[in-house]
Design a protein around this ligand. Structure first.
Ligand code: ZN
Length: 472
């Protein structure tokens, strides 16, 4: 429902109009009734197309291009920027029937999958071969590989393995006019001109429809060491990150910081989560290393943390001894939905260089006081310069979406940060994109959009408004 609310504010056209009936009839004949589904979603019927091959995707796009019929490519619809929002006049394009794992190539450590494959299914197929697909986050059971690539998803291991962008070796994409661009490279090095795949990664379905992907796999780790640390001040958080990264031989795979308002609420009395460390510290940091030698890695992990304590970077620590203890720590960090119990909230996802974070957060808190808004929860993947903030108001009558958004994004602009660290732009952030991108950058992006999608049929109004495209 929030998606529809944002859309009503940001879209100018009538949300209630229908797609072109002749186009729908033509597509019904192409795909069959079963693959043109009207589904009651968001209380309104949306038409969703479910092709079963790249060739069908190509024909769909040819038909829609000729008729100027807009389409919204859909993955698992778990994105947090409303990039998958579909108006009633638009057609959804779901690749859920294109979910095959075509190959796990153990010699080259690659995996070739169709875009509709669920992320968790792909990760399990890699694991069966002793390999790791290092892309993981809460929505793993419903997010699709194509959606992850189209939104350049991040997650909990970015510090070690990078974002989706860093794992893609090859892509197959269908352009707006139906042209199939097959670029299924499996090699780590391939320096033959423009890196075309990067145009489509993170483009949120606005430049083409991703149909198949070659992902890079890594050796599956044999050791995992996890700890929760208490830290007294922000300066020590930054030093701790560098200390751990420099002394764990490249195995640091998570550095998740929770401000006390996060940790203390999740582990409050009566919560299902037990507090592994007492309340009252300035920061809590969940750290994890993934290595190859269980005994030696556990010993050196303990040594490195011991040295961090001697230096005063860490004031208290809990090391996990079992998978269930490890899971319990991650459940604290991942239980973000719990904050919806506080009242109406907005989750934000921004980037800042680490030395600016402390002062940024205190500016936001002052602003929240001025607005009389009571909910301000901060956490993030600090090793990736990524902060998540949850802002809201315990009093629903005083909840002011626009004021909170303006407060946050104005500060991000002032601190020269990014209005989106990992969730993308979609519909939710497009008005604020100029805060993080120069006019020259935006013009270049719009120029690419116009070249690849001259009729503006692919996920129109996401990232840029149709007005912006028309005016550039
Ligand atoms: Zn995140």
């Amino acid at each position: 429902m929030l998606g529809r609310l944002i859309a009503q504010i940001t879209y100018k056209e009538d949300l209630m109009s229908d797609p072109n009936p002749e186009v729908v009839e033509q597509l019904r004949q192409l795909l069959g009734d079963q693959a043109v589904r009207t589904q009651p979603d968001d209380f309104m019927p949306d038409i969703v197309l479910k092709p079963e091959s790249t060739e069908q995707v190509s024909t769909i796009l040819k038909i829609c291009s000729a008729a100027g019929q807009a389409l919204v490519p859909l993955g698992g619809k778990t994105g947090l920027a409303n990039g998958h929002f579909q108006t009633d006049s638009e057609l959804g394009l779901s690749l859920e029937r294109m979910h095959a794992i075509e190959e796990v190539d153990t010699a080259n450590r690659t995996m070739t999958v169709q875009a509709g494959c669920i992320l968790q299914t792909a990760a399990e197929a890699a694991e069966e071969q002793g390999l790791l697909l290092p892309l993981d986050f809460g929505a793993r059971g419903s997010a699709t590989v194509g959606g992850c690539v189209a939104t350049n998803a991040g997650g909990n291991m970015v510090i070690r393995y990078g974002m989706a962008r860093d794992m893609v070796l090859g892509l197959e994409v269908v352009l707006a006019d139906g042209t199939i661009v097959t670029s299924m490279n499996k090699m780590l090095k391939n320096n033959t001109g423009y890196d075309l795949k990067q145009w489509f990664i993170g483009a949120e379905g606005t430049l083409g429809v991703i149909t198949r992907v070659v992902m890079r796999l890594r050796p599956h780790p044999r050791s995992q060491n996890t700890a929760l640390l208490a830290v007294d001040d922000f300066d020590s958080v930054g030093k701790l990150l560098h200390w751990l990264d420099g002394n764990t031989a490249g195995t640091l795979s998570a550095f998740e910081v929770m401000w006390p308002d996060f940790y203390e609420f999740i582990t409050r009395q009566g919560s299902i989560h037990r507090a592994p460390l007492p309340h009252g510290s300035a920061f809590y940091v969940l750290v994890e290393t993934l290595g190859s030698n269980p005994e030696a890695d556990a010993e050196s992990f303990e040594t490195v943390l011991g040295e961090a304590m001697e230096q005063g970077l860490v004031s208290d620590a809990v090391l996990t001894r079992s998978q269930s203890e490890r899971n319990a720590l991650w459940e604290i960090r991942d239980d973000v939905l719990e904050f919806f119990k506080l009242g109406p909230i907005i989750p934000f996802d921004v980037s800042l260089t680490i030395e600016k974070m402390e002062s940024f957060v205190s500016d936001i808190r002052e602003g929240m006081d001025r607005l009389d808004a009571s909910i301000c929860v901060v956490f993030g993947h600090l090793g990736d310069s990524n902060l998540h903030l949850i802002l809201g108001n315990e009093n629903p009558d005083a909840f002011d979406y626009g004021a909170l958004e303006t407060l946050l994004y104005e500060s991000v602009e002032r601190y020269q940060g990014s209005v989106s660290a990992e969730h993308g732009v979609g519909l939710s952030k497009r008005a604020h994109l100029p805060r993080s991108r120069s006019e020259a950058e935006l013009q270049l992006m719009v120029g690419m959009k116009k070249m690849l999608d001259p009729n503006n049929i692919l996920n129109p109004n996401k990232i840029f408004s149709a007005d912006k495209i028309a005016a550039t």
